[in-house]
Design a protein around this ligand. Structure first.
Ligand code: ZN
Length: 257
């Protein structure tokens, strides 16, 4: 966190950006893959009455609170999940701003928002869109090239390759042993993106945090879940990716006492 006036201004901007990013994340996660066209044209409609919503209905967090969670036109309740995602996007931004100078904080927050979108889509569809994982991996390479990532370009490339091949290999072994899909190519691309941002030596920790949190979540919900019901691993991999990114950037930008 930076306390001089320009730093404070930049941090306020990141925190203001968070609910806007959260609103985009939520819209993407609800609409991918079929329903992106309307949204890309900048139109949002009330799902109940179909009215095209104006800017007053679309201010993240604020509109929901002012409208008390109901459509201005037909009074139908607005999906609370939208408000929840706008609020959730504040978590990576808040932690990053607290622990990092503004520029790395913005990078870590943006990684968090991309991963939030990937996690929400994976939870709903059991798929991780290339539209998210590939740009995330490419931006890791660019950040390493620009000196903005905690790795060299070479380590970034090696991390992407290792992340993809290791996950694809584990997935293939699991498929042969158990006769069903455990880890998909989407997971492999997500771990490749983690490798591109973080380098090969941090990947075991990403996987460890991902697997441990997935296991805890499976235990916590075990009683309510049928055994054959597939568990998406993407959200937990995303959590591991983001936690290790935060740690790596904090190591790179130690707080000045
Ligand atoms: Zn309406």
């Amino acid at each position: 966190m930076s306390l001089d006036p320009p730093g404070l201004l930049a941090e306020a901007a990141i925190l203001l950006l968070a609910p806007i990013a959260g609103s985009a994340v939520g819209a993407f996660a609800r609409r991918w893959p079929d329903d992106l066209a309307d949204w890309a044209r900048g139109r949002s409609r009330c799902p109940s009455c179909g009215t095209v919503l104006g800017w007053r209905d679309l201010v993240p967090l604020v509109s929901f609170l002012l409208l008390r969670g109901r459509c201005r036109h037909c009074r139908a309740p607005i999906d609370r999940a939208e408000f929840g995602v706008e609020l959730a996007a504040l978590v990576p931004a808040g932690l990053a701003v607290l622990l990092l100078p503004p520029l790395p904080a913005l990078l870590v927050a943006a990684i968090g928002w991309m991963l939030l979108a990937a996690a929400l889509v994976d939870r709903r569809t059991l798929l991780l869109p290339d539209l998210l994982t590939l740009p995330l991996g490419a931006s890791g390479l660019v950040a390493a090239w620009a000196g903005l990532a905690p790795v060299s370009v070479l380590a970034s490339l090696a991390g992407a390759l290792l992340g993809f091949s290791a996950t694809a290999l584990i997935g293939e072994l699991y498929r042969r042993l158990r006769g069903r899909e455990g880890l998909g190519l989407g997971d492999a691309k997500l771990l490749a993106a983690a490798g591109a941002w973080l380098g090969p030596q941090r990947l075991p920790l990403v996987l460890l945090i991902g697997a441990a949190s997935a296991l805890l979540a499976a235990l916590a919900t075990g009683a309510h879940r049928r055994p054959e019901e597939p568990i998406p691993f993407g959200p937990w991999l995303a959590l591991g990716f983001w936690s290790v990114a935060l740690i790596a950037y904090v190591e790179l930008n130690p707080a000045v006492p």
